[in-house]
Design a protein around this ligand. Structure first.
Ligand code: ADP
Ligand code: MG
Length: 244
């Protein structure tokens, strides 16, 4: 059996005349951490959104555990249940407590009883270092704390892959480390992760594979060592010179 968790083949996405993803190919093995880097507008968020079926591809295939989720007959809710997503702007429900944010989906989708979900939420808050915030409202939290709640919320569905779209880009610098530390722990525990980030230190330390995107294409991919120490593509070189 193949150990491929994600297999993206010739993925294209158009928004009207705007050809945003132009034949993307990449794969993610079970337990692998793939960091996607590249300039703004290159299609990184669109790629993640396609992986989570928040967008439908124009053409191409996206296999998750061997099932092509781009086929219309695939059950979207079922496909999404196994895929956790964390956004730049947290997207917490501000009218609900932290605990309610975390238990909402598993309870509503009938994955857990309320009691079980609450117990699990408390454990997850421990994992992200926010044990005492169970009854807090999101408005009382710092950005870094909100993002750690968002990670706990995604984990509550017990996903087997986590997608992160610039999870630290909206944070004050002193908050970034705590969020990255949680992500590193997840990676160490064997979570399969696709992470869009400009945190090159994280990429170097945690990524098994770095994918460089430019203008809707994957123009280079390899180990962090290959990409950071010996990039072959001119655009990768130019990008890295700017961000490092
Ligand atoms: P990145 O995340 O790398 O900055 P995006 O995937 O957000 O890139 O955007 C890639 C391109 O797709 C941009 O030209 C952007 O304007 C366009 N785009 C993204 N989302 C939409 C949308 N919902 N409707 C129309 N165009 C979009
Ligand atoms: Mg983006």
């Amino acid at each position: 059996m193949s150990d491929l968790k994600v297999n993206v083949k010739d993925l294209n996405k158009n928004y009207g005349d705007n050809h945003v993803l132009k034949g993307i190919n990449f794969s993610v093995e079970n337990g692998e951490v793939v960091v996607v880097i590249g300039p703004s507008g290159s299609g990184k968020s669109t790629l993640l959104r396609c992986l989570n079926k928040l967008e439908d591809p124009t053409s191409g295939s996206i296999e998750i555990d061997g099932v092509d989720i781009s086929q219309p007959k695939v059950d979207i809710d079922k496909a999404r249940e196994n895929i956790g997503m964390v956004f730049q702007h947290f997207n917490l429900f501000n009218n609900l407590t932290v605990g309610e944010n975390i238990t909402l989906a598993p309870v509503q989708l009938g994955k857990e009883t309320t009691e079980k979900a609450q117990g699990q939420a408390k454990k997850l808050l421990e994992t992200v270092g926010l044990t005492d915030k169970y009854s807090a409202m999101p408005a009382s939290l710092s950005g870094g704390q909100k993002q750690r709640v968002a990670i706990a919320r995604a984990l509550a569905m017990n996903p087997d892959i986590m997608l992160f779209d610039e999870p630290t880009s909206a944070l004050d610098p002193e908050m970034v480390g705590d969020v990255l530390a949680v992500m590193k722990t997840l990676a160490k525990e064997g979570m399969t992760m696709v992470v869009v980030t400009h945190e090159m230190g994280f990429a170097k330390e945690v990524a098994d594979q770095v994918v460089f995107m430019d203008d809707g294409k994957v123009t280079e991919k390899g180990t962090p060592q290959q990409i950071f120490e010996n990039p072959t593509n001119e655009r990768t070189k130019a990008f890295l010179e700017k961000v490092i």
